[in-house]
Design a protein around this ligand. Structure first.
Ligand SMILES: O=C(O)C1=C[C@@H](OP(=O)(O)O)[C@@H](O)[C@H](O)C1
Ligand SMILES: C=C(OP(=O)(O)O)C(=O)O
Length: 446
């Protein structure tokens, strides 16, 4: 969908050293939230540096099908500007067939907004999207009077969303499969809270909490007050409407930053990413702390992070529930660490773009690693030397991006000669990834 021509596979040579500066593409999580909030707000929002990728493309196309007007223009200094004309808590078109690709950040929040606004909507995606759960969100909405039907397998898209009759203003949602269900309810709740407050209760454990902080932060930027009782309950006081903040800037993507931070830590560096830093609202900047724990040197400014290392990395044993996406990068960095690394509390990997625990284990083994796979953990012991391999990517952008790191020579291990199959899957969040990666590869040796 997004325009970058990639061959069927990429053959990558070992990279002796990496160094350089990378300007990051916009954050997927921030981009898709801002698009929906801008569409629901009163007034026009100018969105600077929106991510251009498959995941934002499906959101933009869906909003257009729903009658929301937006335009893209070039901004200053190579930036982009999207002007979104808010429809003030409504969608001008009440009937639409919406293709959501494999974008969790698009289908889940839109489902909640469509269910509350009402109409007649078909919502579907790629085959893998139809295997990714949405039942907890549908149950939460239908329990208070929404009318959402499954047109395929119960618990999964595709969905048929009709007009419901909301009976109560207290919702409950399970938080242990995906935090995106709570995010979806939070963003849609103000549309229900016209005359009475709405409370959302979280049943059981909530995973991926920093993504809820992104949601709350952006809702505040659009003028919304949310009362929070820990991670258990959230109340939206009655009578509020989303208000355009005027202009809003999209930070660089912190999950995309992880590949370059890891590259700097493995391949000498320094590698600097620009677009995220100390002031980021994205939880994935905490990947930098994990890298530090592994022995990398990290420095940060307001809007940049730099990684380098002068000694081999050390193994890590940690809980990565708070950074599920960037944690995939840790699994590959573990190939360069001395000893066995354990990534814990990552069960959500199983229901993302692919079963990421199984996929990661299979591909790390191809490189010669010893891998133990559990229901919610992964244990990686690196080989003495990485083996050349053809890496399958399972239509998962992060598999393609993090395995590119296994070409790095590192301080102790020769980088592998690698084939990355189906590299175009990076279009989900970072269409230009391999160009950016090539730009930090230095042909000279240490
Ligand atoms: O809300 C978000 O922007 C996201 C939440 C996370 O999902 P889960 O809450 O399902 O772990 C993350 O993996 C995904 O890439 C983006
Ligand atoms: C899990 C991911 O995506 P999604 O937003 O589709 O859940 C991801 O980008 O790693």
């Amino acid at each position: 969908m997004t325009q970058t021509a990639y061959p069927e596979h990429l053959d990558l040579k070992p990279v002796p050293r990496v160094q350089g500066v990378v300007r990051l593409p916009g954050s997927k999580s921030i981009s898709n939230r801002i698009l929906l909030l801008a569409a629901l707000a009163e007034g026009e929002t100018r969105v600077i540096d929106l991510l251009a990728s498959d995941d934002t493309q499906v959101m933009l196309a869906a909003l257009r099908s729903l009658g929301v007007q937006w335009q893209e223009a070039a901004g200053e200094g190579g930036s982009t500007v999207h002007r979104v004309l808010g429809a003030n808590g409504n969608f001008p078109k009440r009937q639409a067939d919406l293709f959501m690709g494999n974008a969790g950040t698009a289908i889940r929040p839109l489902t909640a907004a469509l269910a509350v606004i009402g109409g007649d909507y078909k919502v579907h995606g790629v085959p893998r999207m139809h295997e990714r759960p949405i039942g907890d969100l549908v149950d939460a909405l239908n329990a208070v009077g929404a009318h959402i039907e499954y047109t395929g397998n119960p618990g999964y898209p595709p969905l048929h969303i009709l007009s419901g009759e909301f009976k109560t203003r207290e919702l409950s949602v399970r938080g242990n499969v995906s935090s995106q269900f709570l995010t979806a309810l939070l963003m849609a709740a103000p549309l229900m809270a016209r005359s009475e407050p709405v409370t959302i209760k979280v049943l059981g454990e909530l995973i991926s909490k920093p993504y809820i902080e992104i949601t709350l932060n952006l809702m505040r930027r659009f003028g919304m007050r949310v009362e929070q009782d820990g991670w258990q309950a959230f109340t939206i006081p009655a009578g509020q409407c989303y208000q355009s903040p005027g202009t809003i800037h999209v930070e660089g993507d912190a999950s995309s930053a992880s590949y370059f931070m890891a590259a700097g830590a493995i391949g000498g560096g320094p590698v600097r990413v620009e677009g995220v830093g100390r002031d980021s609202i994205q939880g994935d900047v905490r990947f930098a702390q994990a890298m530090e724990q592994m022995g990398a040197t990290i420095t940060m400014g307001e809007n940049w992070i730099e990684a380098s290392a002068s000694a081999p990395l050390k193994a890590i044993d940690a809980d990565f529930n708070h950074i599920p996406d960037a944690a995939m990068t840790i699994a590959v960095a573990a190939l360069y660490a001395e000893g066995t690394s354990t990534l814990r509390n990552i069960a959500s990997w199983r229901v993302k773009e692919t079963d990421r625990i199984a996929a990661m284990a299979a591909e790390l083994r191809k490189l010669g690693a010893t891998v133990e796979e559990g229901a919610d953990y992964l244990r990686v012991t690196p080989p003495a030397v990485l083996k050349a391999a053809a890496i399958d990517t399972y239509d998962d952008h992060r598999m393609a991006m993090c395995f590119s790191l296994a070409t790095l020579d590192g301080a102790v291990r020769r980088g592998a000669e690698l084939r990355i199959n189906d590299p175009k899957c990076v279009a989900k969040t970072f269409p230009e990834y391999f160009t950016a990666f090539a730009a930090i590869a230095r042909k000279d040796s240490f």
